[in-house]
Structures are given as C-alpha cells and as structure tokens.
Design a protein around this ligand. Sequence first.
Ligand SMILES: *[C@@H]1O[C@H](CO)[C@@H](O)[C@H](O)[C@H]1NC(C)=O
Length: 288
Amino acid sequence: MFNFLPILPLIAQVVSGTPLTPRQAAQQVVRLNSIENVAVRQNGLILATNMNQATLHQIDPVAKTSSTAVTVSGASGLSGIAEYQPEKFAVIGGKGIYRVDFTVTPPKSTLIKTITEANNLNGLSAFDENTVLVADAGKGNVLRFDVNTGAYSEVAKDPTMAPTGGIPFGIDGIRYANGTLWYTNIFKNSFHKIPLDPVTAKSTGAQTTLWSNLMGDDLCFGPNGKIYVTTNSRNSLVEVDPTAARPSPVSVGSVTGSTSCSFGRTDRDRNVAYVGGGQGVFAVTVKI
Ligand SMILES: *[C@@H]1O[C@H](CO)[C@@H](O)[C@H](O)[C@H]1NC(C)=O
C-alpha cells in the first residue's frame, strides 16, 4: 500500500480489532525508506520496491546490504512485484506493467504494456508462467495480464474489492495459488478468498470473507501451509491458518508500517519471512 504517516489520524479511527502481541521483535535487515513490496530471488537476494522511486532495490540478507538492482526507466514509483518465470519478475510502475529480467547481465527492465484505463494498480501476483494477476485498488477489480503480449482483461470484480471512503484504495494485497485468490481490502480491514479458474483465471464462484476487523496490506504463503498477512498501521505480521473458516490471526512479529512479505528461498532462510515496512526490510522467523 502506501506510507500511512500523512493519514494516520484517519487510520486510528478505522482500525478495530483486538491488540496484537507479537511473538518476537523483527530483526532489521536493512534500513530503507517506505518499502512497498518485496520478492525473493532464487539466489536468496531480496527485491524491494518504493512507490516514490523507480529504483528496484536488491538486498543481501546475509551481508545486510542493499544496492540498486535496476532503475525502471519510465516509472516514477514501483508497487507490486512477483516472479512469473525463474528470474523474470513483473512489477507495477504507475499504470505500466514492467518486466525485470535477471536472466541477462546486467538485469534489464522493459515496459510490457500500459493499462491506460487503470485507476490505482497496487497488488500483483503470479498466476502461471505467462500470466500475472493485477489488482486495481481504485476500480476494485482484478485483471489477468499476459506478460508476453500485454493483453489483459478483468477476471474478478466484487463489492469486497471496492474502495471505501475518500481514499481510492480497496483491494490491496493479492496472492494466487491452486485455484484460489486471497486478497485484502485495506480500509475495510478485511481478508477474503475467491475461487479462480486455474486456466482462464476467471472467478468461478462467490468470495468468502475470512475476517473484517483487522487491517491487512499484502500477504505471502509460508513454507508451512500458513498464510502471512502484513497489517500496515497495526505494525505486525500475522499468521493465518487458511483451512479455518473464521481464522484467528496471530501476530508473529512486529514491523512498523508493515506492507508486504516474502519468504526466503535458501536452506538457511526458508523459515524467514522478509517483511517490507516504513523503515526498511525486516526478518521474522516462523515455526515450520
Ligand atoms: C498448492 O498446491 C501444491 C501441490 O499440492 C502445494 O505443494 C502447495 O503448498 C499449495 N500452495 C498453497 C499456497 O496452498
């Protein structure tokens, strides 16, 4: 999502739910301003975006250093990012969907296509090796987007995805796996799932609301079958049992302004959620 500081008084009014007592303080990996989204490369390096910078940051979680992986020319800020083929990432930059390709040296960014009628693109998830799903937080819908041709079409739209109030943010974080799209609606303090056809990505049934009393920003799948959701102004990463009809999220780490998460991919850190937030990237170790 975005940096909440300018609108914190508003957030204080809309946030509800029980206090979150984290199991642990998160470990800072690097200090960076307002990280929006994170993804982890197969070599273990973390990619991180900021909505006010065209810089795609690359972070070494062992050395605790960061550098610029690539500057996405044409974008003024970056949000959702996901790997759709090994070492090929799709990233949102304004209304454009860009490819960042790490199979070439140096890595290269290319605009795939601009979604001219987009309102406020924010969440992005891989769907299959040729397709990503993109959430429009302003329109309250989800598009499928072909990363080869740039062809796109709406595959889901639901009142639970729509923005509420004066801020054009409804559906925020999205993650797809195995015929189900999981998504948050940040200002509805809600978390949902909806079935998608595994071939066409079109929604095939009604959504289910898992909760409506805890702010959720972006989310990630853990190596233990659990789902992890960042709670932004609630400053935490919560663990969710996706098999529960009404899950009880449990805080597993505190991260100020947590926006997004992604798990480590090496033997050393498969149980570590890297969490982006207002002050950089943090590590939260989970039980597997
Ligand atoms: C999706 O299904 C595969 C194969 O059954 C499984 O390994 C994986 O954990 C599932 N992913 C999620 C997020 O449920």
